[in-house]
Design a protein around this ligand. Structure first.
Ligand SMILES: [Zn+2]
Length: 176
């Protein structure tokens, strides 16, 4: 598949989940969704550069989240690992998938080069900052990405990091 086809597939997968769980407002109830899908989440302090990991043991998906990172970053990581469960299940049967990254990993979001990471970040961005809900809140306004207060307000509403929101606004063209 082409890069944009992969992203489209990931976006559609996130939208299907939002529809399945009747999500019509933010913040998106990520933990409830993950739990309802039968995924076990373990929160623990992990090595600094690790953001999270995911594997499947006897059919049970298990996600680990680094509690040393900021709560909104942990939330993005959880959405990212959920993406791997939804999109890359078979690959998780053979080996533990470990996500590392700089502190700005969620900010650079879909800028990575590994296709499955791009898909996972694309899925996570759509799941936590659904395009239709974000555009409804913006209601035709454009947000100046230099306006820290406006970006912070939106980030808080969606429970994501300001960096993730800034990247999302930029990629949706909802910024002016
Ligand atoms: Zn990953």
């Amino acid at each position: 598949m082409t890069r944009s086809a992969e992203k489209e597939k990931a976006t559609q997968a996130a939208r299907q989940l939002l529809t399945k769980f009747s999500v019509k407002s933010v913040p998106v109830p990520l933990e409830r969704i993950v739990k309802a899908l039968g995924i076990r989440v373990e929160y623990a302090p992990l090595d600094g550069e690790l953001s999270g990991l995911v594997y499947v043991r006897e059919g049970l998906p298990i996600v680990g989240i680094n509690t040393l990172h900021a709560p909104n970053r942990q939330r993005f990581t959880l959405a990212h690992e959920l993406a791997h469960v939804q999109l890359h299940g078979p690959e998780l049967e053979n080996a533990v998938h470990v996500d590392r990254g700089s502190l700005r990993r969620d900010a650079i979001s879909a800028a990575g080069t590994d296709p499955i990471e791009i898909e996972a970040n694309t899925f996570a961005a759509e799941l936590l900052m659904p395009q239709d809900l974000l555009l409804a809140i913006l209601d035709g306004r454009s947000i100046d990405l230099e306006d820290d207060e406006a970006v912070a307000g939106l980030a808080k509403r969606f429970r994501v990091s300001e960096a993730a929101m800034r990247f999302r606004l930029d990629s949706l063209g909802g910024a002016g």
